[in-house]
Write a protein that binds this ligand. Structure first.
Ligand SMILES: Cc1cc2nc3c(=O)[nH]c(=O)nc-3n(C[C@H](O)[C@H](O)[C@H](O)COP(=O)(O)O)c2cc1C
Length: 368
């Protein structure tokens, strides 16, 4: 699909629909093979090796787009270096009452209060198994274009009515570990009561300990996804606990419950998590803090408000080894992925970096 088609026809058409209906239609179109495919091989300067895995490029699809692991192959074929499916809860659940996704087009932002609508673990396991078993129809799509095979991370959530949160994450981790290139414990969605309290020191130690204990060998890397709405003490605790527990990385960040000054969208008073452009500054600050607090020893995935190659580059210089996005895709369409990769490669070379890894955390080194 050309960007012309999306800009003039498909994008405006989808935006006439309720956001959740538009998303459902997009998923069906993707699953039916009606998606554009990236044909250019990724620029070698974008390659990243992490956790013994090869990322052909660092631009990933963040959790929430493909909650039920239905469209991994088409999203990888679009040019993403990796996709993160989920959040997946152990049992299926409907989530909050609709409407629960709101566009703020004036702000290039979205507010959502989905509340982990999920088809549940069993259905996701089946789909991920067939995806892993069928390289000819799935992941090989990337190979045909000369790109390395894309990777699939799996993001874990908990059921709203569950009393044992750690038990839910452990159940998900045990079942999904064999199918994941990496796992994410998501304790940062604002739409499940009590969830973000799991980011506190004691709760987090207990939670990560219980999840680690059930991981089969060889275990995939286990990451933690955090909120942008954290105090300095919260961030220090998270960094210390992650380093001590042997967590492989941190995804920073989820959506924010804050409403930054200057929002113009009529939906700004809706409850839920805000994503997109107005989240960029806060999420990048948290990312940078975590890089400093972990002394660059933990790979970080930077997410929140990325809408251009320059945004991705700023996250990388702040400490991200990989980046992810979701909201900008709603406004800019699939051509965004190629554009970000092209701009990022140019920015790296302009600054004299011959590899992506050399640029990770660069701001911390040059600012003294
Ligand atoms: C509609 C919607 C649903 C989301 N669902 C999830 C989810 O299930 N799990 C999760 O960890 N993050 C979820 N997120 C958060 C995104 O993964 C991401 O962290 C956040 O939107 C910031 O990135 P962005 O500004 O590029 O959208 C969701 C975001 C949106 C907009």
């Amino acid at each position: 699909m050309t960007s012309f088609l999306f800009d003039r026809l498909i994008g405006p058409g989808l935006r006439l629909l309720d956001p959740e209906a538009a998303h459902g239609l997009t998923l069906r179109a993707l699953a039916a093979g009606l998606a554009p495919r990236a044909t250019d091989p990724d620029d070698p300067v974008l390659a990243m090796q992490l956790w013994g895995r090869d990322f052909a490029n660092p631009v990933g699809l963040s959790a929430g787009f493909d909650k039920d692991a239905q469209v991994m192959a088409p999203m990888l074929a679009l040019g993403f270096g990796f996709v993160e499916v989920g959040s997946i809860t152990p049992r299926p659940q409907a989530g909050n009452p609709k409407p629960r996704i709101f566009r703020l087009p004036e702000d290039s932002a979205v507010i959502n209060r989905l509340g982990f609508n999920s088809g549940g673990l069993e259905a996701a396991v089946e789909r991920l198994k067939s995806y892993r078993a069928a390289p000819a129809t799935g992941r090989a799509t990337g190979r045909a274009t000369g790109r390395a095979t894309g990777l699939v991370g799996i993001n874990l959530g908990k059921n709203r009515d569950s009393v044992d949160a750690a038990g839910d994450y452990a159940t998900g981790a045990a079942a999904l570990a064999p199918l994941a290139d990496y796992l994410v414990v998501n304790v940062s969605s604002p739409n499940t009561p009590g969830l973000r309290a799991l980011q506190g020191r004691g709760e987090l130690e207990d939670l990560l300990g219980r999840v680690m204990a059930v991981l089969p060998a060889p275990a995939p890397p286990l990451l933690l996804k955090i909120a942008p709405d954290l105090t300095e003490e919260d961030k220090q605790d998270i960094a210390a606990v992650c380093l001590a527990a042997g967590v492989a990385g941190i995804v920073a960040t989820n959506t924010t419950i804050a409403r930054p000054d200057g929002l113009r969208g009529a939906a700004k008073t809706e409850g839920g998590g805000l994503s997109g452009k107005p989240l960029f500054a806060a999420s990048t600050a948290v990312l940078s803090d975590l890089y400093r607090l972990t002394e660059g020893r933990l790979p970080l995935i930077g997410v929140g408000g990325i809408a251009s190659g320059a945004d991705a580059y700023r996250k990388i210089r702040a400490g991200a080894s990989l980046v992810q996005l979701y909201t900008a895709l709603i406004y800019q369409g699939p051509a965004l992925v190629a554009r970000i990769k092209r701009e990022l490669a140019r920015l790296l070379r302009d600054d004299g970096f011959d590899s992506l890894s050399a640029a990770v955390g660069a701001d911390h080194r040059y600012s003294g």
